[in-house]
Write a protein of this length. Structure first.
Length: 443
């Protein structure tokens, strides 16, 4: 069993300027819910049956109060960067002004990171939409994109000088598809007629925010974070191949192609009219605003077969799987990066999330998560292979710094390289965290 992480000595991932980091998101770790406006995830958690363990984000990892210790912890891992997200309902009032208390909270964190020479990668939207905006239609309302632009404008002025990189959105696929089409994430709206409309408004919000970031914050690296679940056909048959290509366009390229080619995949024309996004005249130009970087989140792949009634059918995840049931298939990571590089003219790439949920056991204050270390090892190798094949990857962030609120799974799934005891809020660095630290310090 493996307890260390390594890379070939020739790997550019061992250069000092390759950025290693850890990532979190506001709703998943902060708590401090009384000190901000409600968001759609508060409402979703309070709706019985939506979250597996009926938990919520009221306390989470109590990072709202423990942030100083948590930055010590991040620093002790020796990382170059920390990816965090700003809670929109914490920093903006309902009337659209900055909330000084919320801004102060993040400024303290960012200043401390700066003191410690840890680069701050800030995500502006990691799914915690203010509830009052949802009450007005949320991402189905085009107006929300302009509200996001106002928020991006004000917060980027307030945080000036403390941020290394801004990502507008984290995983618009999840917000749009899981939130407004499958209905398994907040706000829990279900219907094929909603997903692509929400997606379009999210992408528009991204483009509008890029405009203000470019103006207010020209010296930060500004971009977006997308998640990809590469699609594979179940068999070699032409029908399965067509099903998998369709699913790839529907779930993955739908979010990438507009950014780089200013258009949606051609399957848009096959969608019934009521499922198509409503596109205004300059929208695609706004959405395709040049990016300083693309963030790529990767966890697993999906396998599809032909279906007589639907365009595709997703097959059950194959073995081996992580504790959340996702297949471990690192080859798809290399293939994803090289295929994106072939399809589009890409800016530099950061791997903004990669990691695994494992059934951790804490014994004598130790978590020997060798299964997670193996996951990291095979996926770091996969990134290395992609770089060898010409993909410009400049950094890698482990998801996640610590165990946290895993959305519809509540606190039942642990993704951290640090273990969290939710009763005592004690943090314990897992074997994977120590291996990651060693990999970084041995460069
Ligand atoms: C994501 C999310 C994380 C999840 C992780 C595991 O961006 O998907 O950023 O919030 O916790 O992906 O599901």
């Amino acid at each position: 069993m493996q307890a260390t992480l390594s890379l070939p000595s020739s790997s550019t991932m061992l250069n000092k300027n390759f950025i290693y980091g850890v990532a979190t998101a506001s709703f998943q770790i902060e708590g401090g819910a009384a000190n901000r406006l409600p968001c759609i995830w508060d409402t979703f958690c309070n709706t019985p049956g939506k979250v597996l363990d009926n938990s919520n984000g009221d306390v989470a990892c109590n990072h709202y109060n423990l942030w100083e210790k948590d930055i010590e912890l991040i620093d002790s891992l020796g990382v170059d960067a920390y990816r965090l997200s700003i809670s929109w309902p914490r920093v903006m009032t309902q009337s659209g002004d900055l909330n000084p208390e919320g801004v102060h909270y993040y400024l303290n964190i960012l200043k401390r990171l700066k003191d410690k020479n840890i680069k701050a990668f800030v995500t502006l939207y990691h799914w915690d939409l203010p509830q009052h905006l949802e009450d007005n239609g949320g991402w189905l309302n085009r107006e929300t994109a302009y509200k996001f632009q106002e928020y991006a404008d004000k917060i980027s002025i307030a945080l000036k000088g403390y941020v290394h990189s801004y990502a507008t959105l984290n995983e618009p696929f999840c917000s749009a598809y899981l939130g407004y089409e499958a209905g398994i994430h907040a706000p829990g709206i279900k219907g094929k007629e909603y997903g692509k409309k929400a997606a379009h408004h999210l992408l528009l919000a991204h483009g509008l925010a890029m405009q203000v970031l470019t103006k207010n914050s020209p010296n930060t690296s500004n971009g977006i974070v997308l998640n990809f679940t590469p699609a594979y056909p179940a068999t070699d048959s032409a029908a399965d191949k067509a099903a998998s290509d369709y699913a790839d366009d529907y779930f993955n390229q739908w979010y990438a192609k507009p950014l780089f080619d200013a258009q949606y995949p051609s399957i848009n024309e096959q969608l019934p009219k009521d499922q198509q996004p409503v596109i205004f005249k300059d929208d695609m130009e706004i959405i395709s605003h040049p990016l300083d970087f693309l963030g790529v989140n990767f966890y697993t792949r999906a396998v599809y077969s032909h279906d007589d009634n639907e365009k595709f059918k997703e097959m059950p995840a194959r073995e081996p799987r992580t504790d959340i049931g996702w297949e471990i298939y690192p080859d798809a990571f290399t293939a994803l990066l090289t295929s994106l590089n072939e399809k589009y003219i890409l800016p530099p790439i950061y791997i903004t999330e990669n990691g695994a949920a494992m059934a951790d056991k804490i014994v004598d204050d130790e978590v020997l998560d060798n299964d997670r270390i193996s996951y990291y090892q095979s996926h770091l190798n996969a990134v290395h292979c992609a770089i060898e094949k010409g993909v410009n990857v400049q950094g890698y962030f482990a998801w996640s710094l610590m165990d946290n609120f895993e959305w519809a799974e509540g606190y039942t799934k642990r993704f951290g390289i640090v273990y969290v005891n939710y009763e005592t809020q004690k943090r314990t660095i897992k074997a994977s965290g120590l291996a990651y630290k060693n990999l970084i310090s041995n460069r």
